[in-house]
Design a binder for this molecule. Sequence first.
Ligand SMILES: *[C@@H]1O[C@H](CO)[C@@H](O)[C@H](O)[C@H]1NC(C)=O
Ligand SMILES: *[C@@H]1O[C@H](CO)[C@@H](O)[C@H](O)[C@H]1NC(C)=O
Ligand SMILES: [Zn+2]
Length: 515
Amino acid sequence: MAKGFILVLLVAVWLSGSVSGQRDHPRGRSFDPEDHPIKYAEEQQTQYWVDKAQAKLLSKLAETQAAQTNKAKNVILFLGDGMSVHTVTATRNLLGDSAEQVYFEGFPYTGLSKTYCVNRQVADSACTATAYLGGVKGNYGTIGINANVVRYNCDGDRQEENQVMSIAQWAQAAGKNAGLVTTARVTHASPAGVYAHTADRNWENDWEVANRNCDPEQTIDIARQLVEQPVGQGLKVILGGGRQNFINTTVNDEEGYPGYRTDGRHLIRDWLAQKNEANVSANYVWSRKGLSLVDLDNTDYLLGLFARSHLPYNGDRNRKRSQLADPSLSELTEAAIKVLRRNDEGFFLFVEGARIDMAHHDTYARRSLEDTAEFAKAVQVARELTSEEDTLIVVTADHGHVMSINGYPFRDQEITGLAQLADDDLPYTILSYANGPGFSSAYNRAEGRALLKEKLTEDPDFRHPTLVPLDAESHGGDDVPVYASGPYAQYFSGNYEQSNIPALMGRAAGIGPYA
Ligand SMILES: *[C@@H]1O[C@H](CO)[C@@H](O)[C@H](O)[C@H]1NC(C)=O
Ligand SMILES: *[C@@H]1O[C@H](CO)[C@@H](O)[C@H](O)[C@H]1NC(C)=O
Ligand SMILES: [Zn+2]
């Protein structure tokens, strides 16, 4: 009975395959299996898979014997913003689709983290930052405060009993260095979780605070918190974008763009003045060239603001020469480690690949995968600059996205390209989103689904199709991966609350309330 059923199924699959094979793609692309030879010949041999399994067993045995139980002198938390499991898998395909090619997939321990916030099933980057940096879940849109504080409450950031301290503060209290690196504005939601307490993630400058009818001299904006409050003031490395939140509307930055502040403060000058007063060596840089000229081995404090807002997408950096004036995430990570490692007590570093998320919001799938590839390169740089004996590296995401991988593509097909023909005889893409701005490239109101061409899908400006029209694609509520390497990496296996992550890192390093 069961065998007969499978036979019928196989015949049906074979028939449908040959039928769709006859329906040629309008541009001549074939979906006929005969036109898709085996990609890697060795995969046809049983021995290939047996050898692979043996190698995995050997590395597992070695890991078990060498489980690191030294204290973690250094902790580096890598945050791929919006880096869902699908994003990692698709990036692997972009890189060549074979073995573990996204660098951190080779880390010995992997877990899953539950990302929901106190008042939302699907989280944003603000409440999740409170969880993975401070160990407490809060409300959507709030940072560094617990869920007693509702969003937009002007006084919410100042009620001490509601403030949540981040692991950067735990590290500083233990005499370690702390720093942050991001490809977003340094005042954006994720990096703000390192040093700020705010009832609204948008309060990046005083104008935004006043815009919500709060008094900006009472409710301190995020940029001011970075420069004026203890945790931010103590950060040895601050690298990212976002000059606009540091200067007044009447002042232009180094590239000629005016600021967003209305209180007349010049927070970059204030930062330099403070460090000067404290007689420490401090450098402010705003370009890749400027960064390359810094003597990192003799720098106590490093502030780099490389763009008026966010840094460019990494794919665009490589496509447009002008954008190579900005440093890559891996270059920033290297500079940060070189400054931070000068402390014998060790350091905590937060590194965010911020634009993986932003590209997904625009359903620019290719850009998102390109930024994930650069993020993985930054992790590799960090692993190679540090020792597994004393440096714990944790790689995770704050939340997922609604991109999926569909349609039984052959192994040689481009991940950003077309999968198969659908029932309407039109091709559909391997990557698609549940919602987002790609709706209009996928559907034409009068004629139904649009005819997509393979060439078009290779363009980084192509918005991958969506089911529901939304101006910005939404986050996903799925659990996100956690990859760990170094002392106590074994703590990170299993499925747990996102808010457990700081406790696990703090315990590994012997810092903070869980030491
Ligand atoms: C800052 O900008 C505001 C307008 O946005 C202006 O009224 C104010 O005079 C400026 N402050 C300084 C010190 O230039
Ligand atoms: C900084 O150095 C100056 C003179 O070089 C000295 O007067 C001052 O006390 C020092 N300040 C601190 C905070 O060490
Ligand atoms: Zn987002």
